[in-house]
Design a binder for this molecule. Structure first.
Ligand code: NAP
Length: 255
C-alpha cells in the first residue's frame, strides 16, 4: 500500500520526537503543523507548515485537500482549543484521530504543591502580602498576574511577553528548555524566589524547577490541566508510532 498520509499537530517535544520516528519510514507520508507562536522554532524532521487553519472548517478543508488519512494531535496539554478543533475536524473528515499527550507531574515526598484549577485561581492564591514569585506559564496568560501587582515577579518565557500584559514589578528572562536542576536552584536562590507558579505541563524539559523547589523548600502553585479531548490518548511517541502502524495496516488491508 502507499504511504499513510498523516498530519501531526505539533509544538511539543513529543511531536518533534514522533517526527523523527516517522521521517525515514516509507510507510508514512507525514507532515507537521505549528501554530507559529514561537519566533524561531527548532527545525523538525518532517515537512512543516506554520499557522492556524482557520477553525474547525479550515482544518477539515486542509485534511480533505491533503487526503489526510490519520491525525495525531501532539499539541501541548494546555492547547485545548486546538485539541477540540482536531477532534471535531477528524470526526467531520471521517479519519482516525489520536491524542499524544505526556503525563502530568505528580507531587512526591517533600513537595509543597497547591492545586489551582485555573490561572486566575493561581494568581489569587498568591495572597495579599508581597511575595517574590517565579512565573513559568508562558507569555500568553499573564493578565491574571497583572491584577495582583503587589508581588515581585520573575517571568521566564521562550519569547518576550508583550509589555501591556506585564505586572509593574517584573524581571523577564527569555529561555527555552531543557533546564537542569543546578541552574534552576541557582536561579531560585539568586532571585530570592518564595513561590513558583507553573502549569502542569509534565515532561522532563521543564521539570527541573520542581526538583529544585523541593530541595529549597519553595512552595509551588500548580495549575491543573484542562481535560484532554475524547478519544484514544497515548503518552509517548513510541505508542503513537504503534497506533500509526495499526492505521497503516488497516488502510493496507482495505486497498
Ligand atoms: P490553542 O489556544 O489551543 O489554539 C489557538 C489556535 O492556534 C488554534 O485554534 C489554531 O488556530 C492555532 N493552533 C494551535 N496549535 C496549532 C498547530 N499545532 N498548528 C496549527 N495551528 C495551531 O493553542 P495555544 O495554547 O496557543 O498553543 C499554540 C501552540 O503552542 C500549540 O502548537 C502548542 O502545542 C504550543 N504550546 C502551547 C503551550 C501552552 O501552554 N498553551 C506550551 C508550549 C507549547 P486555528 O483555529 O486558526 O486553526
Amino acid at each position: 500500500m502507499s504511504s499513510l498520509k498523516t498530519l501531526i499537530l505539533g509544538g511539543t517535544t513529543e511531536a518533534s520526537q514522533l517526527a523523527k520516528l516517522l521521517a525515514d519510514d516509507k510507510r508514512f507520508a507525514a507532515q507537521i503543523s505549528l501554530a507559529g507562536v514561537t519566533e524561531n522554532p527548532k527545525p523538525l524532521a518532517l515537512p512543516t507548515r506554520i499557522g492556524g487553519f482557520g477553525g474547525v472548517d479550515g482544518l477539515v478543508a486542509f485534511l480533505e485537500h491533503h487526503e489526510t488519512q490519520a491525525l495525531v494531535d501532539a499539541t501541548h496539554p494546555f492547547a485545548s482549543q486546538m485539541s477540540n478543533h482536531a477532534m471535531a475536524a477528524a470526526r467531520v473528515a471521517g479519519i482516525p484521530h489520536l491524542v499524544l499527550q505526556r503525563g502530568p507531574w505528580v507531587a512526591g515526598p517533600g513537595d509543597q504543591w497547591q492545586d489551582a484549577p485555573t490561572l486566575d485561581a493561581a494568581a489569587e492564591a498568591l495572597g495579599p502580602e508581597t511575595k517574590s514569585v517565579f512565573l513559568t506559564i508562558g507569555r500568553k496568560d499573564l493578565v491574571p498576574f497583572k491584577a495582583q501587582p503587589q508581588h515581585s515577579y520573575l517571568i521566564r518565557s521562550v519569547d518576550p511577553p508583550p509589555a501591556d500584559v506585564l505586572p509593574p514589578d517584573v524581571t523577564v528572562i527569555t529561555a527555552m528548555g531543557p533546564f537542569n536542576e543546578a541552574a534552576e536552584r541557582a536561579l531560585l536562590r539568586d532571585h530570592g524566589i518564595e513561590v513558583i507558579v507553573t502549569k502542569n505541563s509534565g515532561g522532563t524539559a521543564t521539570g527541573a524547577k520542581l526538583v529544585a523547589a523541593r530541595a529549597l523548600g519553595i512552595p509551588v502553585i500548580m495549575v491543573r490541566r484542562p481535560m484532554p479531548p475524547d478519544g484514544v490518548v497515548v503518552a509517548t511517541p513510541e505508542e503513537a508510532l504503534t497506533w500509526l502502524e495499526a492505521q497503516h495496516h488497516e488502510a493496507s488491508s482495505k486497498s
